[in-house]
Design a protein around this ligand. Structure first.
Ligand code: ADP
Ligand code: MG
Length: 333
């Protein structure tokens, strides 16, 4: 559906996106995950034809986004980071306006708007001014406008940013529902969000693609061995000695309290073998294991490792958003 090859974007001397190559297949939900300033919005703006690339090629359903922009754009519905909503319109008026701008024919307009409003659950607020809607409903209006023109690909830039927890859950459910009939690409800097809704995660760090896989594969690929936390009724010395006698097992941490001791262990092998060995080692000593818990390297660890040392200017930029925006605009001019 989307083929990106060797995509690079430079703002002056600053390289925001560097040599990105990936493809997006039909019918899945993709998550573009990366810390602030990683280059997510820049990439999405290029994919949707809103921004020119410095180098590289983007093909949408076989059409070059730069050379056959009109054909390519027909396949895409886009919710930008800051959706251009007109606050003095009602959702219905706004959707009419967008449908017109997208060239939706008069006889299809009503049906498409009704469908977009139903899918995004806008009916209860259709007569209210956008200015008076909650952020969650405004985001729904933004998603509804992306659905107009019946595009097969929906691109959403940080769709849940600034929403409260309940609104986040609702928007996530909506995205999952959209994924049934559309190919969806969304961006987020929040790992749990991408994990919750996406089939494939593309991790981007400092403008480069550092990983692309299913959440489960990413976790296994980067999980180095297995970690186990054990609590047994014995002294710290006894527990350490029993664990350290096992081949390939190392004690990461130990802590004794009252009549029990807790060990954090790591081993090279698989979890079942380690638990079995621990069980027999402690039962030979007649020391009962009270708790045994297997902990894998989490996706959070993978993400932190892959994106370590993100753009240091972004942390400062987040603290003073107005200033950084001014700078961005200045540089864009
Ligand atoms: P993300 O969406 O992942 O937070 P962006 O794509 O917005 O990241 O930004 C990537 C990098 O490019 C950042 O370092 C940002 O400061 C820079 N950048 C974005 N837009 C502009 C612009 N118009 N002019 C100059 N630099 C920009
Ligand atoms: Mg962004």
């Amino acid at each position: 559906m989307i083929e990106v090859s060797h995509l690079t974007k430079r703002y002056g001397v600053h390289t925001a996106v560097e040599d990105l190559t990936f493809s997006i297949e039909k019918g899945k939900i993709y998550g573009f995950l990366g810390p602030n300033g990683a280059g997510k919005s820049t990439t999405m703006n290029i994919l949707t034809g809103c921004l020119a690339a410095t180098e590289g090629e983007v093909r949408i359903a076989g059409h070059d986004i730069f050379e056959e922009a009109q054909e390519a754009k027909k396949h895409i519905g886009y919710l930008p980071e800051q959706p251009p909503l007109y606050s003095d319109m009602t959702p219905e008026e706004y959707l009419c306006f967008v449908a017109g701008a997208k060239g939706v024919s008069a006889n299809e307009m009503k049906e498409q708007i009704t469908r977009a409003m139903t899918v995004t659950g806008l009916e209860p607020v259709m007569g209210r001014l956008i200015r008076n809607l909650s952020k969650g409903y405004r985001q729904r209006v933004g998603i509804a406008q992306a659905l107009l023109g019946n595009p097969d690909i929906i691109i959403l830039d940080e769709p849940t940013v600034g929403l409260d927890p309940l609104q986040i859950i609702e928007i996530r459910d909506l995205i999952r529902a959209l994924g049934k009939d559309h190919t969806v690409l969304l961006s987020s800097h929040i790992l749990s969000e991408v994990r919750a809704v996406c089939d494939v995660i593309l991790i981007i760090s400092r403008g480069k693609l550092v990983a692309c896989d299913t959440p489960d594969t990413l976790e296994t690929r980067f999980a180095a061995g297995v970690s186990v936390s054990l609590t047994a009724k014995c002294t710290e010395e006894e527990a350490r000695a029993a664990a350290e006698a096992l081949p390939g097992v190392s004690v990461v941490k130990s802590h004794a309290e009252d009549d029990r001791c807790r060990l954090d262990l790591s081993a090279a092998g698989d979890a079942d073998t380690l638990c079995e060995q621990l069980f027999f080692a402690f039962s030979r000593m007649q020391k009962p294991i009270l708790r045994l818990e297997v902990t894998h390297a989490s996706l959070e660890d993978v993400f932190l490792e892959l994106t370590a040392g993100g753009d240091p200017t972004e942390t400062a930029a987040q603290a003073t958003p107005e200033k950084s925006d001014e700078k961005k605009e200045e540089q864009a001019r």
